[in-house]
Design a protein around this ligand. Sequence first.
Ligand code: NDP
Ligand code: 8X3
Length: 251
Amino acid sequence: MKTAFITGVTSGFGKAIAIRLAGLGYQLVLTGRRKEKLDEVCDYINSNFSVKTFPLCFDVRDNDACKQSIASLPDDFKNIDLLINNAGLAAGASPFDESDLTDFDRMIDTNVKGLLYVTKLIVPGMIERKSGHIINISSIAGIEVYPNGSVYCASKHAVNAITKGLRIDLVKHGIKVSSVSPGMAETEFSIIRYHGDEEKAKAVYQGLVPLNAEDIADTVEFIVTRPDHVSINDIQINPAQQANTYIAHRV
Ligand code: NDP
Ligand code: 8X3
């Protein structure tokens, strides 16, 4: 049985991916900061699928917490076959000069440094076993830069550079490295971005049908079910009504 480690399963993409991988027979290490929600996802999977789950409640921005949490994994969960770096956020949507530096820190610390901390701890085992797969949840914001999104876009551009670099450095160890780059998807993402303002968050998707978390779980399922000799580098997926970060056909 393969083991997957997914960051940020208390909501959105991470939760849908966890449930999908449980259906594919993966046993799961599931992480997030909100313990109640993390336990809920684990309980749901434990009662609906015949796979085991192991919850790790920690903040990916805290390298010591990452180290302690991952070191605490019991032997039967230690060998990670699939790492999904999903935990991430946008904080704020303002011109650079009007933005808050603490928002910049949150995005860089979570989306870039958190991803690095977790990956650094999991890669050595993959190298030792000469196999593994890392999937980084990036964004269309890693490909295009849009107004009021400079630092979020920078963080996802960094994720893409890290993805490409990891692929180069790990290919000799038999480790695949992929990314998924979604456009607009309705999760808790915009509520977090607008600091809890649900009206502003709703307006983001007005007049169009956004992606949902299941669409991203479908994409991850496609990536992990390719034959051994196939590596998917990146899948960029948008709502049908979104051409790029600037052009959305709203009706
Ligand atoms: P959600 O806000 O619904 O989920 C984000 C998840 O990340 C939560 O489980 C949250 O858990 C976790 N997380 C956030 N910060 C931390 C942290 N410091 N430590 C540990 N876990 C953390 O958003 P999405 O599901 O939409 O986002 C998932 C990923 O997809 C992100 O990387 C995002 O940038 C990316 N993305 C989202 C798009 C969208 O439009 N929704 C489009 C493209 C990419 P908790 O709060 O419990 O810690
Ligand atoms: C989130 C998608 O278009 O808001 O990564 O940047 S977008």
